[in-house]
Design a protein around this ligand. Structure first.
Ligand SMILES: [Zn+2]
Ligand SMILES: [Zn+2]
Length: 263
């Protein structure tokens, strides 16, 4: 399995992914917005784009579908409940579906509600795990819930599902928010040295060359996975008066998501 990450160089800082089978040259594109950039990468490598997956229904993940289908004849796959919102979807995905890319790549569909209620993440098992996480999980952060989502569901997706994936899983999010999110981690966890280190390491690194973090690394810098940290709870209690002295992980997550909305 070959993964090419493409940065859209837009204000929303979208990332696209072209996933290819090195044996057959068949390729799948995740969330094409800048569809021409995706097509160019495939053409340059001699790959044929056969499938498009939208992680969810938001326009910045789907707006390139029609043109890319016109150019390649690719099939469009998306969460079964997102299909009618997106339009032109050939196959609705449910949890456990496996998408094959040529002979060497397999992507397992995870049902990951929260950012929206019809969001899939794709888990690849080849050569170590990799997660294409759309707007559910970002580097050092998680998606917001303002566009049709639900923070309670996002907590369950992150804490009960994504946090239990193999720690070596490489994370491929839908946007480049690494630096801004690391600054938020420093805001709520002033003593988080790992966040300070990653911030320093990613300074002056163009988005195309940003590091790919593993889930284990996310556990050190992503406060949404660090819900029992005393320093984090202390900071949140100063800002969110309703948070009890001994909050549950769910209460910490919800308070953190709320604070991040206004930060
Ligand atoms: Zn979104
Ligand atoms: Zn997005």
């Amino acid at each position: 399995m070959i993964v090419e990450r493409i940065w859209a160089a837009n204000e929303l800082r979208n990332y696209h992914y072209v996933i290819a089978c090195g044996e057959t040259g068949e390729a799948l594109v995740v969330d094409p917005l800048d569809w021409q950039a995706c097509l160019k990468v495939a053409d340059d490598r001699g790959w044929k784009i056969r499938q498009i997956v939208n992680t969810h229904e938001h326009k910045d993940h789907t707006a390139g579908n029609a043109e890319l289908v016109k150019a390649t004849g690719a099939r469009v796959l998306a969460h079964a409940r997102a299909a009618s919102m997106i339009g032109g979807v050939d196959q609705g995905l449910v949890a456990g579906d496996v998408i094959r890319v040529g002979r060497s790549a397999e992507l397992e569909c995870l049902d990951t509600p929260g950012h929206t209620l019809a969001h899939v993440c794709l888990l690849a098992h080849a050569e170590g795990s990799a997660l294409f996480s759309g707007d559910t999980l970002f580097n050092a952060g998680v998606g917001n819930c303002r566009g049709g989502g639900d923070p309670e569901r996002l907590f369950e997706t992150c804490a009960l599902h994504l946090a239990r994936l193999p720690p070596s899983t490489r994370i491929y999010p839908g946007h480049d928010y690494l630096q801004n999110n690391l600054r938020f981690t420093r805001h709520v966890e002033a003593g988080n040295q790992a966040a300070a280190d990653w911030l320093a390491r990613s300074e002056n690194v163009p988005p195309e060359q940003r590091p790919v973090l593993t889930l284990a690394q996310e556990f050190t810098v992503n406060s949404f996975f660090r819900l029992g940290e005393p320093g984090l709870i202390e900071t949140l209690r100063q800002r969110v008066s309703s948070l009890p002295a001994r909050p549950t992980p769910r209460e910490v997550f919800l308070a953190l998501r709320e604070l991040r909305n206004s930060w």
